[in-house]
Design a protein around this ligand. Structure first.
Ligand code: PAF
Length: 262
């Protein structure tokens, strides 16, 4: 497995692979079973699989959240090797944002709702970094988890809008036995948070109304950002814990007519 700390070295390698069809899994590290499932999908279809690990500062609206984002590089490289990854890209801020973030990709509708309404500039940061990564990596497929469904929809829309030659592949959310969606942020939950967190999925996949789900989550200690059903999907974001130790969880489930289905 090749590990590239510089874009130029990655690009040399990419050129040497010629017409090989690449599968790409962009991540911010702290890899978990959900990421592993994306890597496995890629390894199954692509000739070569590329993983990027880059904690992208432009998508964090909250400095505490960025600062405490888990960094587990050694463990991540072991996981990547085990999954059959061919190349890992570990770019630096200096290279990724040589323009000082003067140039950005902005979507003006969907990105302003749900998570975008609560995290100023978040999706501009996500779309900008994903555009950069796709241009560098030059994959045939890029794999994204459905846990971040709004992110997946925005990236798919960007790829269509800018005619990028890549197929965006959605991959099912992977859950713990409790129903809690795997997320790197789960590592920051304390004991009480771990006990409560599965309630988010349990309630959004129940038949209770959005308002009722919000009420019940608030009653047990969540600070709810939103619970919203639209276009046959119920989306949720809610926080657990206090101050800088607060952990923000997101999830979503498909809904058939008015009844959420797990
Ligand atoms: O989903 C993530 O981990 C990030 O938003 C992504 C797509 C790697 C962009 O930084």
């Amino acid at each position: 497995m090749k590990v590239f700390h510089s874009l130029a070295l990655y690009q040399d390698w990419r050129r040497s692979t010629g017409t090989a069809q690449i599968g790409f899994v962009p991540t911010m590290g702290a890899l978990h079973i959900g990421h592993e499932s994306l890597l496995q999908r890629s390894v199954a279809v692509a000739e070569l699989t590329v993983l990027s690990i880059y904690v992208n500062p432009t998508q964090f609206d909250n400095p505490d959240d960025l600062q405490k984002y888990p960094n587990l590089l050694e463990q991540d490289l072991v996981c990547a090797e085990r999954a059959g990854v061919d190349a890992v890209l570990l770019p630096t801020y200096g290279e990724m944002y040589a323009d000082g973030f003067r140039y950005a990709i902005e979507e003006r509708e969907l990105s302003k709702t749900l998570c975008g309404a609560h995290r100023d500039g978040h999706f501009t940061g996500v779309l900008t970094v994903v555009m950069k990564l796709l241009n560098i990596v030059q994959p045939r497929w890029a794999f994204f988890g459905e846990k971040d469904y709004q992110q997946f929809e925005l990236i798919r829309g960007m790829v269509e809008a800018f005619f990028l030659p890549v197929e965006v592949v959605p991959c099912a959310t992977v859950r713990e036995a409790s129903g809690l969606a795997f997320s790197s942020r789960n590592l920051n939950l304390d004991a009480a948070g771990k006990r409560l967190a599965p309630k988010l999925y349990a309630l959004i996949s129940s038949s209770a109304s959005d308002a009722e789900v919000r009420r019940q989550l608030t009653a047990i200690g969540f600070v709810v950002d939103y619970i919203e059903t639209r276009q046959q999907r119920r989306y949720a974001a809610a926080r657990l814990g206090q101050g800088p130790n607060q952990v923000r969880l997101i999830d979503n489930v498909p809904v058939v007519s008015e009844t959420p289905v797990a």
